[in-house]
Design a protein. Sequence first.
Length: 98
Amino acid sequence: MPNQSPTDNIWEAMSTMRAMRRLKPDPVSDDLIQKILQAGQWAPSGGNTQRWRFLVVRDAEVKKQVQAYYSRLYDEQVGPRYASSAPPPGSDAARYQR
């Protein structure tokens, strides 16, 4: 069997990948960060405006501060909105609640 390119199964990877909530504490190389940022820049956006900005945070204390802000935002805004909304198309209530 010939060697497969990493992109040979991109559709399968995209359709079966689950959200990652627990990440390893291993450091991420500068090269990998650059590749990830480049992929984000290539992602489509409405009107191809690409108005997003990326910030790479490496400092553990800064990460803790960001985590606290994100957690508060989720608890006050995002979580209640998800809890009170209907499941998205193609899902059902049990899967959505999980």
